[in-house]
Design a protein around this ligand. Sequence first.
Ligand SMILES: [Fe+2]
Length: 188
Amino acid sequence: MAKASKKTSSSGKVPKKGGAVVAQESGSRNAPLINIGIERQDRAAIAEGLSRVLADTYTLYLTTHNFHWNVTGPHFNSLHAMFMGQYTELWGATDVIAERIRALGHYAPGSYAEFSKIATVPDVPQIPPKAMEMVRILVKGHETVSRIAREFIPVAEEAGDDPTADMLTARCTVHDQTAWMLRSLLED
Ligand SMILES: [Fe+2]
């Protein structure tokens, strides 16, 4: 992981994924240059990782909210309520992730066009699935976001960006726990 993160942070360009430039640097000649002890290229690499985590968290948020609306069947009450708790948590997380990107001197992506280019989590199914299929989709979604977030913890650590590393670690904790709770619904 350490090797991969070095490669990412020393590329000399704003990192790209799938042809989409993410984490565009912000700034103005009227404002002093950002000087928080993290190299410019490292901030770009971290902001790229956070942008991917943001796109996936937002997509998972929307999926969970959609399922809150559209769930049916004998477990309606418990799943409707459980999904509400989960989408509320995810919604709060998007703000924290986006504002960390801003603190690193980059713009936060915040449109469906940008999110669809960089998200790994698939978009919400057009036809609402059965309740337990919804649970299965959410398990996979939480595990995906956890993997993406975990991938970028060493990038933040190597750059000395403890606040981002801590935040991503906290996100992994939430996603792993939520995936476990959802997976338990599917076990006999
Ligand atoms: Fe509601």
